[in-house]
Structures are given as structure tokens and as C-alpha cells.
Design a binder for this molecule. Structure first.
Ligand code: MN
Length: 247
């Protein structure tokens, strides 16, 4: 069977040292590339471009899109002023992510959003975010873990009747590198995994093209050989193959 071609929405890395301090580099962590490959797919990097009218053409030939993690999302994009604990943002990166999600919707391309990628999906369809769960939520667990990136540190409860439920069953342990999370879930989406403190850890679209977003970093666990997280990428690859068959 033909390997699905998966675009990975990239980020901008601002170099703060080295030969060219201040230079912008298009980048994705290689864990994404390796995870997509482990799932039997061909990864393609999608650099942040400035002319958003070109994004639809940029993603047109893809069978699937992975939205990578990154900086916080500009709260102005979901109608809020920045709170004191809001982190670093690059508005141009966020608007690119929203354009990629819109293009995926228009072209019926399956989308898998990871960390910031999930938050961008929620914002793209009208949801909002907690700008800092530590300050804004009454009680929450440690979601910025003090452990290697591939170590799972907290449990999530998974909706069994869902894409993630088919992969994981009713719960699974995940890693955690976020200080923001979903506040209001976007219309057309449902929460399919939560941490024990109520923090939203995954959403899935209930209509339209397949979209699943997860708050943790499965690519960091898959790269390290975690079988469940490799299965998650494989399940997404299956969605991409099914979509391809429909065209
Ligand atoms: Mn978490």
C-alpha cells in the first residue's frame, strides 16, 4: 500500500547564540519526523510562510497534517488580553497554523494536532485557552514535568467511544510539557481525554474532516520506542489512508 504523505507544520526557531544570533530557522523537532516514519508514512516539513493565500496550495498534495508543538498562542486570536503568565508568542506562526487547519478542513485532509497544535485547532474553530493553568485554575497537577521528555508523568482518562479510546482503552499515562490548556471547547469538538484535575488532554472533531488534538507529546514517547504512542501515530496513518481512498 502506498505510504501516506504527512505534512508537519513547522515552527520558527530564533537562534540566540552561535554563528548568527537572531537568525530565524524553520524547524521541527526530529521526534515528529521519526514518529511519522515509524507509522509507515513519509514526512514533509511545512515551513511557516507569510502569504497565507498560498497555504492551501502548500498542503494540497498531502494525505495528512501533523501540527507540531511550539510557543504559546497569541491570546488576541481568541479574543483575550494577555494575562501576566502568558508566555512568548509569534503571531505570524499562529496565523500560519490557523491557515493550515482551515486548508485541511477545506480539502478534507486528516489533521493531528500536538500540544500547541491541539490548542491551535481549538482556537481555529472558535474555542479559547487558559493562559496559565497554574494561576487560573483552582487546583491542578504538575503539567510542566521535571523528567525526561519521553517519561510519562500523569494519567489521563480516555473516552472509550472515540478514536483515542480505540487506541488506548480507558486510560493511559502521558508526558506533560504545557502551562496552557483548553478552556472553552470549540463548537463541533468533544473532549476525549482529561487529566485527573480536569485539564483537557485531547479533543476530537464530531463532524467534517478527521481532527484529533492531544495536549501531551506522543512523538517524544514514540521516538523512544513507546508502543502505545507508535500505535497512535499508526492509527492516524490509517485515517489518512482511509481519507485517501475516499477521494
Ligand atoms: Mn498534561
Amino acid at each position: 500500500m502506498k505510504k501516506p504523505k504527512i505534512g508537519i507544520a513547522a515552527n520558527i526557531l530564533i537562534m540566540d547564540s552561535g554563528m548568527m544570533p537572531g537568525i530565524y530557522r524553520a524547524y521541527v523537532n526530529n521526534d515528529y519526523v521519526e514518529s511519522v516514519e515509524k507509522a509507515g508514512c513519509i514526512p514533509v516539513m511545512l515551513p511557516v510562510i507569510s502569504d497565507l493565500a498560498d497555504v492551501k496550495e502548500q498542503v494540497k498534495s498531502l494525505d495528512g497534517i501533523v501540527l507540531s508543538g511550539g510557543w504559546d498562542i497569541d491570546p488576541l486570536l481568541y479574543g483575550e488580553q494577555p494575562q501576566p503568565q502568558q508566555g512568548f508568542t509569534m503571531n505570524e506562526v499562529d496565523r500560519f497554523f490557523l491557515a493550515v487547519i482551515k486548508a485541511g478542513d477545506e480539502l478534507s485532509i486528516p489533521v493531528f494536532g500536538i500540544c500547541k497544535g491541539m490548542q491551535a485547532v481549538n482556537v481555529a474553530f472558535g474555542g479559547t485557552l487558559w493562559q496559565d493553568i497554574g494561576c487560573q485554575m483552582k487546583e491542578c497537577l504538575q503539567h510542566m514535568q521535571q523528567a525526561p521528555r519521553y517519561n510519562p508523568t500523569h494519567r489521563i482518562c480516555v473516552e472509550e467511544e472515540s478514536f483515542l479510546g480505540d487506541v488506548f482503552g480507558k486510560d493511559v499515562m502521558v508526558n506533560s510539557f504545557h502551562h496552557q490548556s483548553i478552556k472553552a471547547v470549540a463548537p463541533g469538538f468533544r473532549v476525549t481525554a482529561s487529566a485527573e484535575d480536569g485539564v483537557v488532554e485531547a479533543i476530537e472533531r464530531t463532524q467534517g474532516n478527521f481532527i484529533c488534538g492531544v495536549q501531551w507529546h506522543p512523538e517524544m514517547m514514540a521516538q523512544h520506542g513507546d508502543k502505545m504512542m507508535i500505535q497512535l501515530f499508526q492509527a492516524f496513518a490509517d485515517k489518512c489512508r482511509q481519507q485517501e481512498g475516499n477521494i
